[in-house]
Design a protein around this ligand. Structure first.
Ligand SMILES: *[C@@H]1O[C@H](CO)[C@@H](O)[C@H](O)[C@H]1NC(C)=O
Ligand SMILES: *[C@@H]1O[C@H](CO)[C@@H](O)[C@H](O)[C@H]1NC(C)=O
Length: 879
């Protein structure tokens, strides 16, 4: 069936006024449900947990219940049809087959418009919410392509989810969440994208014991206590029985699934499975099989060869993850290898950082064979597309040289806007930018800072290596620029020394009083926030004459940035360029650190390429934007006496003004300084996917590092996908690697943005791709300068312009021919060249059905329809 055509099915409309009378019925129904479904089948465990809420729903089923192979009974949602608020929904089914493991995957309910399931819960607290998806073929809708979001009242569980985007060879998918639900009426809303549909095969909502998530854990770096775990929502991403077999829901105390670890092991030769009998596992006081069953603790992986030679290596597991989220990593241990107490000491690392040093299980638990687990909180600044867990021997010669791991759980933590997928909150808030268009990154530091105090930042700050300070950076006010060391102020707080500061800073832009900026930003009201950076918020403000500005306010509590703040003011105010976002002024009253920048109304370049469903930019516009950004960078590298390295070039740091003129900016990096050990890890985290590999190797930053990052920007503009997309199959995760593979095969056109299909001059694209490839050379010396890049891009633009003119003339000629001897000559090129607005009709891909190119076509390009309209190209770019 074609996307966008809705079948004519009866509409079940439930006006809200008629909803409440059904409440009693609902209650009765749910009581019936919880009464008849069996408790978890962990029969032989004494402390089997009996969930207060256990709602198991088989969606779209026409029979009243379905029994899964593990013995659980799912009730059809048909019986609760009054409690689905849905305008248009369809029940579909597929015949049973050997490949389908459970009857719940044989039926589904499809929603063509937003729809809500409501559940009445008896117990407030932690619940598992499990969503089952199986997009089986049916004659109503292509469920593989259905794109939708799933929300609760508070949390975003899935954002623009599409089954076919999941790197999943299986025919079904289970998403599991752990939510602290406090409202007795729990709702799950399914929101299809415009012209798409949502679907669901089965839903589970099951109480979980409160002790499952304790409020405190240990943050990874620095390793210190972390409080507040109960304030997050979680998605269970991995649950692994290390060194042991698959554990099915039937054999788990809480109906969980534990999978095996082999596919995550980096080198299987380095690990050896060990096991003992489950009866040998003795839970200590305060720990029960609810945390993890005996079968998890009775098996482990240890270091291979640990008993023969003197091994010195780590055993490593890698879990593909989303680096924009924080994760809770629960590590399960139980010493089933030692013959005596205090003989086994080992280290545990997460993402290359020490998580537990010298772990001696027997002294922590007081015995052998005794379970122990540890919760490690991994800040997104320490995340990469692989979450890595390593165990290895201690450096010193203490006891056996061995290390073990029994189980791992990886839980994604909800972000600042209560989302577990994407950067949009249920309430429309976004991380990073509002509709106004300023960049920023997740503010975990701010959040985190509240827990641990800001002391850590100051500490790290002083420890930066000397060598770094000699280098220049445009990046952020926390990063020293140190252009002219003698001229900037070193006073701690503005205050008394302000006048000397001004005297020496003629031409530093305008000085704003705090009162002025308070007025401009409605007293820094939360409604004015357009970005949240690690170091503070960015507000939109209006100054006296009605000019819109972006106001970046450093956290007033942190004092350490003062010098750097002043240095940045000095540096920035010297930099004047059409393609750099300019500093208008600043305020340093009362230890405030506020910078006022010009406001860029069209926001980050990235939002216009993908992710936000904005009207697609034409190839010419993309070229012009890349050229603008290249000019800005070229100026940074060469236009000042000392040369400045931007250090964080990416599509979110290229902002567009109201005329789509590109300007290089940076508002987001400072967050990393707080937690990075030194400048290197700071940069690594700030720009994953953009990072110069040579910088990794030699830890030396040069202007060619910016050139590398810019190469990634060029590929994003061409392929319309993020630099890193951990959702994709492994070989596609990294844009630079993936696109260059296609380029080498001479098939780059296979992976370009489908919106560009047919509108790009192949020669122009070739030139552009060559420029990108050169930028991405392994060694800095092999990369071009920004000046060379600029030259190539300008050439690509000329090729494109010649091509569009030719094409336009061709079209004119065709029309004249078709209309017989018509008016001549063809219209002059200038009349048909695309105007530079994103909605320009002549910028539409020519391969679209576009007879008249009239306003209807333009209208169809509203903010949601992009994907649906262009789905016919979806197979081209493999997203
Ligand atoms: C769930 O959240 C509520 C409200 O924030 C809190 O009072 C309660 O302690 C939480 N429950 C658990 C088990 O953490
Ligand atoms: C184990 O991994 C950690 C962190 O990645 C590393 O620092 C350490 O040197 C490794 N140890 C060995 C023996 O390779």
């Amino acid at each position: 069936m074609e996307i966008g055509k809705k079948p004519n099915i009866p509409v079940k409309l439930l006006p809200s006024s008629s909803f409440w009378p059904f409440m009693t019925l609902l209650l009765a129904f749910l009581l019936f449900l919880s009464g008849t479904t069996s408790a978890f089948a962990a029969g032989d465990h004494h402390n089997a947990f009996k969930p207060t809420d256990q709602i198991l729903i088989d969606c779209g089923s026409k029979s009243s219940s379905a029994k899964t192979p593990d013995g659980r009974v799912f009730k059809s949602d048909q019986e609760m049809v009054q409690y689905i608020e849905a305008k248009e929904d369809i029940q579909v089914s597929t015949p049973p087959s050997d490949n389908v493991s459970s009857p719940i995957y044989l039926t589904a309910r499809i929603f063509l418009e937003g729809a809500t399931y409501k559940f009445h819960l008896a117990h407030a607290g932690w619940h598992w919410v499990r969503l089952h998806f199986s997009p089986f073929p049916n004659d109503k809708f292509d469920l593989q392509q259905a794109t939708f979001s799933v929300l609760t009242e508070k949390y975003v569980l899935l954002h623009n989810f599409k089954f076919s985007n999941n790197n999943n060879s299986q025919a079904f998918l289970q998403k599991e969440y752990l939510l602290n639900i406090t409202d007795p009426l729990f709702s799950l809303r399914f929101n299809p994208m415009k012209d798409s549909a949502a679907f669901i095969n089965a839903i589970e909502i099951v109480s979980a014991p409160d002790e499952l998530i304790s409020d405190s854990g240990t943050s990874l770096f620095p390793v210190i206590g972390f409080k507040g775990l109960s304030d997050y929502a979680y998605q269970s991403v991995y649950r692994i029985n290390v060194g042991g077999p698959l554990i099915t829901p039937k054999n788990d105390t809480l109906g969980r699934t534990w999978t095996t670890d082999k596919e995550y092991l980096q080198d299987q030769n380095l690990a050896k499975d060990v096991k003992t009998t489950t009866s040998a596992i003795k839970y200590p006081e305060g720990l029960t099989p609810l945390i993890a069953p005996q079968t998890v603790y009775a098996t482990a992986a240890e270091m291979a060869d640990s008993h023969t030679i003197n091994p010195n290596f780590n055993v490593t597991w890698n879990f593909p993850s989303n680096p924009s989220f924080n994760y809770l990593v629960r590590l399960h241990f139980c010493d089933i290898v030692s013959k005596s107490m205090n003989d086994l000491y080992f280290n545990v690392y997460v993402n290359g950082k020490t998580a537990i040093s010298g772990l001696d299980l027997s002294s922590v638990t007081g015995d052998l064979g005794t379970p122990y687990y540890k919760d490690i909180i991994v800040n997104s600044t320490l995340m990469s597309p692989q979450l890595q867990v390593q165990i290895g021997p201690m450096g010193e010669d203490t006891g056996s040289r061995n290390a073990i791991l029994n189980g791992v759980e990886v839980l994604k933590m909800s972000n600042l806007v209560n989302s577990l997928d994407g950067e949009f909150g249920v309430d429309g808030r976004t991380i990073g930018m509002g509709k106004h268009g300023m960049v920023a990154t997740a503010g975990f530091v701010m959040m985190f800072g509240a827990f641990i105090g800001l002391g850590a930042m100051v500490y790290r700050w002083k420890k930066r290596p000397q060598d770094w300070q000699k280098r220049n950076s445009f990046s952020s006010w926390l990063l020293p620029i140190h252009a002219g060391d003698s001229t900037f102020m070193t006073s701690k707080a503005g205050g008394s020394q302000k006048s000397s500061f001004y005297n020496s800073t003629l031409g530093l832009g305008r000085y704003f009083s705090l009162a002025e900026l308070q007025e401009a930003t409605k007293n820094f009201d939360a409604s004015q926030i357009i970005g949240v950076g690690g170091f503070g918020n960015v507000y939109i403000g209006t100054i006296d004459d009605g000019t819109k500005v972006a106001v970046k306010r450093g956290n007033p509590q942190s004092e350490q940035g003062i010098t750097e703040f002043q240095t940045e003011i000095q540096m920035l105010s010297k930099l004047r360029h059409r393609h750099l976002v300019s500093l208008i002024g600043y305020c340093d009253e009362n230890t405030e650190m506020i910078l006022v920048y010009e406001y860029m109304s069209n926001g980050p370049f990235r939002d216009h390429i993908y992710g936000k469903n904005l009207p697609p930019l034409s190839w010419k516009q993309r070229l012009e934007i890349c050229i603008g950004a290249a000019r800005g960078l070229h100026y940074l590298h060469t236009g000042t006496a000392q040369g400045i390295i931007h250090r964080d070039v990416k599509t979110t740091n290229i902002l567009l003004d109201d005329a789509f003129v590109a300007k290089v900016a940076d508002f987001g990096l400072s967050k990393d300084v707080a937690f990075g050990q030194n400048h290197v890890s700071t940069a690594v985290k700030g720009s994953f996917g953009y990072l110069d590999p040579e910088y990794f190797r030699r830890q030396q930053l040069t202007d060619k590092s910016d050139v590398y990052s810019f190469g990634v920007v060029l590929l994003e503009a061409l392929c319309a996908r993020p630099a890193i997309n951990p959702q994709l199959p492994r070989e596609q995760v990294n844009l630079a690697e993936w696109a260059m593979q296609w380029k080498r095969k001479g098939l780059l056109e296979k992976v370009i943005d489908p919106h560009l299909a047919g509108t790009v001059n192949p020669e122009s694209m070739k030139k552009f791709a060559e420029a990108a490839e050169k930028c991405l050379a392994d060694y800095g010396v092999d990369r071009p300068t920004m000046g060379d890049v600029l030259w190539n891009l300008e050439y690509a633009l000329q090729l494109q312009e010649a091509f569009s003119q030719g094409k336009a003339e061709e079209n004119e000629n065709e029309k004249s021919v078709a209309a017989g001897p018509g008016p001549e000559p063809a219209a002059p090129p200038s009349a048909v060249v695309a105007p530079s607005t994103p909605l320009a009709v002549s910028d539409r891909p020519v391969s679209l059905p576009d007879e008249n190119g009239g306003p209807a076509e333009v209208q169809a390009m509203d903010e949601h329809s992009g994907t649906a309209v262009f789905t016919q190209f979806a197979n081209l770019n493999g997203r």
